[in-house]
Design a protein around this ligand. Structure first.
Ligand SMILES: Cc1ncc(COP(=O)(O)O)c(C=O)c1O
Length: 383
């Protein structure tokens, strides 16, 4: 009999998929899924429709087209303060997920430990498991979820070789400060760790402080592979366009891994992606204003329901402590909200290796305004 590979045995479908099915069964509003459901910039779609026939339909180079890499380098320089050579330091990938998988594949060996800051994006442990890597939790505590020297140091083991740093964070909405990144830099240097950043929400933040790219802080530039994608910034997650960039010595191996995984990301979309990456300040300002508005409406819904949503300063998620529902776990909280308000949410447990200390749920506000208003109204009336 053909067996499932050992390393796949304990890997499961996420609870978000299960909630999506339940929402469909009950006719509930699904604000659980992290899917971006706002439209892409109209100018981009119009240009794409006009030019698609003529923009190259064969493979690109494994590291991506020159136009795409130059546009990534331009954006990184302008908005993240990172100087990156587009020829030797950038690899275009199939989404941030492709960048993450290629980086893990290229730079780590089976059995290596990778630190994950809890709460974390639920796909990380699965990605590590698929590659035979070991997830090592760094427990952070709400409401601030600050990275402390003590939390980080106590999580390092003799197998630790890397960490994944997500800022702005999914699910907590936290952005790491320079002080926290200095702590990360010091510990990474002391233990000679690879740092992989996940900055897919870099353009979605609230307040006046711009995004801080970890690779610009302390010693991190020497040991960091920066990962991001166009999915969230331009509302085109289905284009599956992302990139990894970092020191040339590391990126050679990442390029080989990326090519062996998928050859290259879709070439015509790289051309359109390059155009998206050249959109100006007004575009990003508009994006942030739109998400800020959505965030406020949903926050008010939870507050009216007597719950305490956090105040995310980035990403498009709220992470809500549901202690006031009188429940012990996030899973119970999702059931209560589903039954009372017909609103589907994700239990906090999906973002931890070990159960969280509070009954958290996560919801997404990358949804049309009428869906958010309806969800807020159901929450306010139902709970
Ligand atoms: C933190 C984080 N990283 C990566 C991804 C996946 O990005 P991509 O669609 O570019 O692969 C997501 C998608 O929700 C995410 O939330």
């Amino acid at each position: 009999m053909i067996e499932i590979a050992d390393r796949m045995r304990n890997l499961q479908e996420s609870s978000i998929t299960a909630m999506t099915v339940r929402c469909q069964e009950l006719g509930a509003i699904n604000i659980a899924q992290g899917l971006c459901r706002v439209p892409p910039p109209p100018s981009l779609l119009a240009e794409g429709a006009r030019d698609f026939r003529d923009i190259g339909h064969s493979y690109s180079a494994p590291e991506g087209t020159a136009a795409f890499r130059e546009a990534v380098a331009g954006k990184l320089k302008k908005y993240s303060g990172l100087s990156v050579d587009p020829v030797t330091q950038i690899v275009a990938t199939v989404g941030a997920t492709g960048a993450l998988m290629a980086t893990l594949t290229a730079l780590l060996n089976p059995g290596d430990g990778v630190l994950l800051f809890e709460p974390f994006y639920g796909n990380y442990p699965t990605a590590l498991g698929v590659l035979g890597l070991r997830a090592e939790p760094v427990r952070l505590f709400g409401p601030g979820f600050e990275v402390t020297d003590e939390a980080l140091r106590s999580a390092v083991t003799d197998r630790t070789r890397a960490m994944i740093v997500c800022t702005p964070n999914n699910p907590s909405g936290r952005r790491l400060t320079t002080a926290e990144l200095m702590t990360i830099s010091a510990v990474a240097q002391e233990h000679d760790l690879l740092v992989i950043t996940d900055e897919v929400y870099e353009d979605i933040y609230f307040g006046s402080t711009p995004h801080i790219a970890p690779a610009t802080v302390g010693d991190l530039g020497r040991r960091t592979v920066t990962v991001s994608s166009l999915g969230k910034s331009f509302s085109v997650p289905g284009w599956r366009l992302g990139y990894a960039c970092g020191p040339e010595r590391l990126m050679n191996a990442v390029r080989v891994a990326a090519e062996s995984l998928v050859v290259c990301p879709p070439a015509p979309l790289q051309e359109l992606g390059a155009r998206a990456l050249r959109l100006g300040d007004d575009y990003y300002r508009g994006l942030r204003e739109m998400y800020d508005r959505k965030r406020r409406v949903l926050t008010e819904g939870f507050a009216a329901a007597g719950l305490s949503p956090n105040e995310p300063d980035g990403s498009y998620f709220l992470f809500v402590d549901c202690s006031r529902l009188g429940v012990a776990t996030g899973t119970e909280a999702t059931e209560v909200l589903l039954r009372r308000s017909l609103v589907g949410t994700v239990p906090g447990e999906a973002f931890y290796l070990n159960p969280p200390d509070r009954p958290y749920i996560r919801v997404c506000f990358s949804l049309p305004d009428d869906v958010i208003a309806d969800a807020a109204d159901r929450l306010a009336r139902g709970v």
